[in-house]
Design a protein around this ligand. Structure first.
Ligand code: DP6
Length: 325
């Protein structure tokens, strides 16, 4: 029997309203919904080859053979795909990112979105966008948001069937850009998967989750109406709330470096002076400065004047995950 091969690409995404904490950790059913946009120009490309003649999975990322937890996470995911297809083959998985791991951008979102597409296609399955989003969610929660195009909302749902992401506005809806300030210092000590399990230990997570529908409505409306100042206000509050939960959970998660705070304070001052910019931070010290595309150069120059900046990446709104030949 011949091997079954497919290749797909997917972008990472930046959440404007954040996912933090699960109702069900195994299925990655989140405690609250989230909204993001895909990051164009940054991508993961993944090929999957199910081969009836091999006896274990292999995983190669950026030309490096992986084992340990990375391989286990991918193997577990491939067994799930085997279960759907009814074909119980092992696979060779080859993946490349065009963005540096040191950029601290959650690579698992693009990785599991691309893997979902490539693996289901290689297994001979024909999936709808919603089905693919549900499948990607099991690999990494935020990966479900890298399946549809443009601006995306993950409807939290209550179980495997109804927890998936949909596009709420197309890629060309609004020319927002994520200017990612990579800061010097110690990067991500505790990853998101562990972090989600600690969220409930924070006394403020309950309040954060209870208030999520309000923040989602404000974020969604601001995107649909292209109202930057409304978006900026809720994006910063939502990021601060997630970091407040992180900082008050047990163990304490404090991802910020001194340079992180310098940028956050500067962005607030720039906005007061009329520049449409706001910040949001994931589980790491880098600052994602969201701006209108006409302000990219201005913002880049301003960020470079601040202390402790290692690198800057610029990503406009990106499209859906897709197959390639
Ligand atoms: C802070 O999706 O990376 O980036 O499901 O365990 O892979 P796993 O977690 P992940 O969590 C993302 C957390 C976040 C916020 C967000 O992207 O919404």
């Amino acid at each position: 029997m011949p091997p079954f091969v497919a290749t797909a690409v997917a972008h990472p995404n930046i959440a404007l309203i954040k996912y933090w904490g699960n109702r069900d950790h195994e299925l990655r059913i989140p405690e609250n919904g989230s909204i993001s946009f895909n990051l164009d120009g940054l991508y993961t490309k993944t090929s999957v080859r199910f081969d009836p003649s091999i006896e274990k999975d292999t995983l190669c990322i950026n030309d490096q053979i992986m084992d340990g937890p990375d391989l286990r996470r991918v193997s577990q995911f491939l067994r799930y795909i085997n279960g759907i297809s009814g074909k119980h083959y092992f696979a060779d998985v080859k993946s490349e990112n065009n963005f540096p791991i040191s950029a601290g951008i959650a690579s698992s979102a693009a990785a599991f979105a691309a893997l979902s597409l490539a693996a289901t296609k290689a297994a001979g399955l024909d999936m709808s966008e919603i089905e693919l989003s549900r499948i990607a969610r099991r690999g990494s929660g935020s990966a479900c948001r890298s399946i549809p195009e443009g601006f995306v909302e993950w409807k939290p749902g209550r179980d495997d069937e109804d927890s998936y992401a949909i596009s709420i506005a197309p890629t060309n809806h609004w020319d927002l850009v994520d200017v990612i300030a990579v800061v010097k210092g110690k990067h991500k000590s505790i990853g998101s998967t562990a972090g989600h399990t600690f969220a409930r230990t924070s006394p403020i997570q309950k309040a954060r989750v209870a208030d999520a529908p309000r923040r989602l409505a404000l974020g969604r409306d601001a995107i649909l109406q292209k109202d930057f100042s409304a978006l900026a206000e809720i994006v910063e509050i939502d990021s601060n709330l997630m970091h407040a939960v992180m900082m008050t959970s047990n163990p304490t998660l404090l991802y910020w470096e001194p340079a992180t705070i310098s940028i956050m304070k500067a962005v607030a001052i720039w906005r007061q002076s009329g520049i449409p910019a706001c910040y949001t931070l994931d589980a790491g010290p880098n600052v994602h400065v969201i701006v209108l595309s006409s302000y990219i150069t201005e913002i880049k120059n301003r960020i470079l004047e601040l202390p402790g900046i290692e690198n800057i990446l610029v990503a406009p709104v990106g499209g859906a995950a897709k197959f390639i030949d």
